[in-house]
Design a binder for this molecule. Structure first.
Ligand SMILES: Nc1ncnc2c1ncn2[C@@H]1O[C@H](COP(=O)(O)OP(=O)(O)O)[C@@H](O)[C@H]1O
Ligand SMILES: [Mg+2]
Length: 298
């Protein structure tokens, strides 16, 4: 019997003995017991952290989706998050720029900092936060506007350009950094939605870059793309890490291995193991990590 199972059995028999115990405290006890039985293996913390999550728990109503996760994202590193579908990768990613705030039943506990500052403080401007911690989604989602306007949108609402010439420069630089400029420079006034899937995703990256973020969160950014478009994005991620800190969720272990320096493995809401990407893929310490990376489940 594993430690977790033993503790759970214990909790269950205690619960059966005490029939008067109310449902909430029974659930809470089971949760506590579950948490005591698990500790992330590896090195979740780093010396030079850009973002730090400490003891993060996330709930959707009564259901807990993230259990006591502590994890740093190092400055200018690419951190990959992997794990079976439904293990909480997107949920955890969204805590890093408070995108969970817009899901009414979602509740986040714990501490999350950006350069040491609490991003959940009550006077935090979330629009500003999401400019500093940008996000790129699974499905490319350009606005129904021109290519130019897709990129200019953020800088405009944040007042980053003082003239048309300055805006032109921001748009061109962002498109260049997203490795898209040469392909679209003669059609900046055409709709962003008319581009190919891979170009649309690079446009979304350009849009995120345009407001000068410090961190870019990517949630399976290539899952809707073909292998060639995927390769372009992966090359781009490698360039981007010179300037930005990147956390990427991916269901592709090959992709995690190609683009990241550290990898975090999640299972049923828990951060099971984290370490250098090389170590996670060659000498995983936890059985669950090994099962996943060897394709035994997931
Ligand atoms: N908006 C939501 N409302 C309720 N439950 C959700 C919501 N989003 C995710 N969940 C639940 O939280 C758990 C983690 O989901 P998710 O973070 O999407 O996992 P992953 O990205 O690893 O596939 C799952 O059990 C999922 O059903
Ligand atoms: Mg997801």
């Amino acid at each position: 019997m594993s430690a977790t199972t033993a503790v759970n059995e214990n909790t269950r028999s205690m619960m059966e003995r005490n029939v008067s115990m109310d449902k909430t405290s029974a659930l809470e006890m089971e949760r506590q017991a579950d948490m005591e039985a698990y500790k992330t293996i590896g090195s979740p913390l780093v010396k030079d952290a850009k973002m730090s999550a400490r003891n993060v728990n996330v709930f959707y109503g009564d259901k807990q989706a993230i259990l006591d996760v502590s994890l740093d994202i190092g400055r200018n590193e690419v951190l990959a998050m992997i794990g079976p579908s439904g293990c909480g990768k997107s949920t955890f990613l969204r805590t890093l720029n408070r995108m969970n705030d817009i899901i009414p039943i979602c509740r986040v506990q714990g501490d999350i900092t950006l350069d040491g500052e609490d991003i959940y403080k009550s006077n935090q401007d979330t629009v500003m936060l999401r400019a500093r911690v940008g996000m790129v989604f699974q499905k490319p989602n350009p606005f129904p506007k021109s290519i130019y306007e897709n990129v200019a949108y953020g800088p405009r609402i944040h007042g980053l350009a003082h003239s048309k010439a300055e805006m032109d420069e921001i748009v061109e630089n962002s498109l260049r950094r997203a490795s898209l400029f040469d392909e679209v420079k003669d059609q900046l006034d055409k709709p962003g939605t008319g581009l190919s899937g891979g170009q649309q995703q690079r446009l979304c990256i350009a849009r995120a870059i345009a407001v000068s973020p410090e961190v870019i969160l990517m949630d399976e950014p290539c899952s809707a793309l073909d292998p060639i478009a995927t390769a372009r994005i992966e090359e781009l991620i490698d360039d981007l890490k010179e300037k930005y800190t990147i956390a990427i969720v991916t269901h592709s272990m090959q992709q995690a291995a190609r683009v990241s320096q550290r990898t975090a493995y999640f299972h049923l809401g828990k951060l099971i193991e984290v370490g250098s990407t090389k170590d996670i893929f060659t000498i995983p310490q936890h059985q669950l990590t090994e099962n996943y990376i060897t394709g035994r489940f997931g």
